[in-house]
Structure formats: structure tokens, C-alpha cells
Write a protein that binds this ligand. Structure first.
Ligand SMILES: Cc1ncc(COP(=O)(O)O)c(C=O)c1O
Length: 408
């Protein structure tokens, strides 16, 4: 035991727990772990013996979070990454090689499209955008070298729902994998692996964590994915340094404790807001998959998790926490609406505890031309709402007051 001050300071003191079992998991922030012998270090670094050596490779908080994600998606394995985009990059790195082709939805989150089209094209990977809502047209879009199809369960901001089982069949007939970004749904609404997808991405920066205080991603791998792919994913996560930090993993695991009641509450409120605001003169259209008027309502009902249906209400499933308002008018109307709504901040993300709004034309879809935005149903007065945990009455009153200021 050291006696000099300068020797005491850098040394660890190991605190025994005397068999006490903490009710919640600890955070292991250590960047590196002590090894008993060179043999042990080698075995652990090669994943041939359980245990930890270096945080980038694996650490207990990521393992705990990945196990929860694995169970939530009924996956074979789940990998935790430092953001949703890192999970997407990890899948691309591990699944593709020079000369491969990727089919991407024309409604993808903008940066997913950019990483495929701008970044991976530099490594000789081809891609084409397709409308995944029209599965009849799709077979002709596959090429001999198509290895991956990328879709979203619920697209932004018109909340279109893709037939995931049909898409998985088409992808598999052509020898390609289907990767689904499930961020707008979360596993409380939909589990794409159960519908035949091979890989599922979650940006846990959104409703999975639900507290707006971290960035993380998860890549969940279906049971049908072969062992070499699973090994490449684990290897790529470690060597490319995509992995997430212990503190963020610990927080996200804590967020997941309340995932279901948060999504159920926000989805029920979203449905009520969608039903009640549709009547307003200033609102041209309310877009929400839980409304009978939504073009994908029937598909959503079939595809979203029936087991998670609210027991005391009519809907057969949850339809998610995001809804979109198409206001009458243009950019000036949207600006007035946003500025007269202090209760609902303009905050270009989703899945926060409080209700927030976004303006897709100036944020997520700003890089598209006006014509391409309009083709996707995005206009200057399109407002996307991410419903939070406040009462429906609070949200409706705030929205009605702001809509009243628009003088329609
Ligand atoms: C649908 C979707 N996928 C992926 C991402 C990327 O997630 P992250 O911001 O955690 O990298 C986002 C971010 O907004 C998103 O909306």
C-alpha cells in the first residue's frame, strides 16, 4: 500500500460490495481493463474468452444495452454504435464491397441517402433511389449486383409505411439483404425482423432513449444472417471505432426502462390530436398513420405490433408519436405558426420528452429541390410534430391558440 501522496493519487481502491446487489446497473467508464496474463489478454481480445480489455472493442454498458435491444427486436445480435448514422455506416461497411449496388428508398432520412450516394460511391458502390411504396415496379430495379435494400418503417415527414414483409421477399428473391430504419416507430410500434427484414437500425438519440440527452445507435441483426456477416459486423464496429460510450449506453438503458409507457402515451395523444385538429380551417390535412384517411392505415394496422395494442381503446396497435400538419398557406404562415407557439419549441429532432415541432423544408429536406420536396408531400407550410408526454389537452390548446392567430 503506497504511503506517499503522489503514489496514492493515481492508484485504484477496490471497493468490495459484500455480496450486495445494486438495484440498477453501474456505469463502467474504464477505457481499459487489467489483464491477468498475456494469454488472457490475447484470448479476450480475440473474443475467445468472456471479459473486457479495451472499451472500443466492448464494454459492459454496451453489452447490457445491446442485450436489451436484441430482446426488444427478437434479434440474433445487436451492436451499439455512437449514433444512428454510425449504425447505418457500420451496416454499409460490413455488408458491401466495391462493385455492389444498393437500392434506397426515395423517402429516406437525408443523411442516409447522402452517406450512400456521396460517401460510399467513392468506394465504388453504386446506388439507385426507388419508390418502395410501389412493390409491383420493384423487381425491375434489382440488378445482379444488388446486395442491400434500405427502407424506413415510417418515413419522414409524410409517415408513409412500407410493406416490409413484401419487400423482404423481393429482396431475398434477388439475393439482397433488407435493412430497415425503425427510428420513427421504435420496437414498441414495430419489429421489422419479425416481418422478414435482415437488419434493423434504431437511432437511439430519439424515442428509444426518449430524454433528449444522448446520441447512440443500434444495429439489430436477424437470425437468418449468416455467421460471417455477424462476425464482420462485430469486427467493423471495433476497428472503425463506431462504438458508443459507457455513459451514453447507461443512460439509454435507463431510457428503455420506460420505452413502452412513453410510446403508448405519446401515440394515444398523437391519435387524439390528429383526430381533433383535422377539423380546423387552417389545417389542410393531418397526416398520421392512425387515421383512416392515411393511405397506409390498413397496412400499418397489419404491420404494427398487435401485441402492444392499448387495452382500453379502439386502435388495434400503436401508430407512433409523430404526426404532420399540412397548414393552409406558405412559408410566412409556417413562420407565424411556429413563432406564436412558445409551448411547442421548433427543435429539428424527435422523441424528446416534451412535444416539439420541426419544419422539414428548412431542416431535414432543405437539400432537395422544391419540385422534389413537393413530390414527397413537403410544402413550405408542412409542420412535423413529435408528440411528447404532456396531456392531450395542453397540446391541443397550444396548437389551437396558434392556429387561431393564423386568421383562417
Ligand atoms: C430516421 C432517422 N434515421 C437515422 C437518423 C440518424 O440518427 P443519429 O442522429 O442518431 O445519427 C435520424 C436522425 O434524425 C433519423 O431521423
Amino acid at each position: 500500500m503506497p504511503s506517499r501522496t503522489r503514489d496514492i493519487c493515481p492508484r485504484n481502491i477496490e471497493l468490495p460490495l459484500f455480496g450486495s446487489r445494486p438495484a440498477r446497473p453501474p456505469i463502467h467508464t474504464s477505457a481499459v481493463y487489467h489483464c491477468d496474463s498475456p494469454e488472457q489478454a490475447q484470448l479476450r481480445l480475440a473474443d475467445q474468452e468472456p471479459g473486457y480489455v479495451y472499451q472500443r472493442g466492448k464494454h459492459p454498458n454496451a453489452e447490457l444495452l445491446s442485450e436489451k435491444c436484441r430482446q426488444l427486436h427478437r434479434a440474433d445480435t445487436a451492436l451499439i454504435t455512437s449514433s444512428g448514422m454510425a449504425a447505418i455506416a457500420l451496416a454499409l461497411v460490413a455488408c458491401l464491397k466495391q462493385g455492389d449496388h444498393v437500392l434506397i428508398s426515395n423517402r429516406l432520412y437525408g443523411e442516409t441517402g447522402l452517406i450512400v450516394e456521396r460517401e460510399f460511391s467513392r468506394f465504388g458502390i453504386e446506388s439507385s433511389q426507388v419508390d418502395l411504396l410501389d412493390l409491383d415496379q420493384l423487381p425491375s430495379e434489382f440488378r445482379e449486383n444488388t446486395k442491400l435494400v434500405i427502407a424506413e418503417t415510417i418515413s419522414n415527414p409524410t409517415l408513409r409505411v412500407v410493406d416490409l414483409a413484401g419487400l423482404a421477399d423481393l429482396a431475398h428473391q434477388s439475393g439482397a439483404l433488407l435493412m430497415v430504419d425503425n427510428t420513427f416507430a421504435s420496437p414498441a410500434v414495430c419489429q421489422p425482423l419479425e416481418l422478414g427484414a435482415d437488419l434493423v437500425v434504431e437511432s437511439m438519440s430519439k424515442i428509444m432513449n426518449g430524454h433528449g440527452d444522448l446520441m447512440l445507435g443500434a444495429l439489430c441483426v436477424g437470425k437468418q444472417c449468416d455467421q460471417p456477416l455477424q462476425e464482420r459486423l462485430v469486427f467493423a464496429n471495433r476497428t472503425w471505432g463506431f462504438s458508443g460510450s459507457p455513459m451514453d449506453c447507461w443512460l439509454a438503458e435507463r431510457g428503455l426502462v420506460t420505452l413502452f409507457p412513453r410510446v403508448a402515451t405519446a401515440s394515444a395523444t398523437a391519435l387524439r390530436v390528429a383526430r381533433e385538429l383535422g377539423q380546423h380551417a387552417a389545417v389542410r390535412e393531418i397526416v398520421y398513420p392512425g387515421l383512416e384517411s392515411h393511405p397506409d392505415h390498413e397496412l400499418a394496422k397489419r404491420q404494427f405490433d398487435q401485441a402492444n395494442a392499448p387495452s382500453d381503446d379502439s386502435p388495434s396497435c400503436l401508430f407512433g408519436h409523430v404526426l404532420t400538419l399540412q397548414l393552409e398557406g406558405g412559408l410566412e404562415t409556417a413562420t407565424r405558426f411556429i413563432q406564436s407557439l412558445p409551448e411547442i419549441p421548433f427543435c429539428p429532432s424527435l422523441g424528446e420528452p416534451m412535444t416539439t415541432l420541426s419544419h422539414p423544408a428548412s431542416t431535414s429536406h432543405r437539400s432537395l429541390t422544391v419540385a422534389n420536396r413537393e413530390k414527397l408531400g413537403i410544402f413550405p407550410a408542412t409542420i412535423r410534430l413529435s408528440i411528447g408526454l404532456e396531456s392531450p389537452e395542453f397540446i391541443l390548446e397550444a396548437l389551437r391558440n396558434s392556429l387561431a392567430d393564423l386568421d383562417f
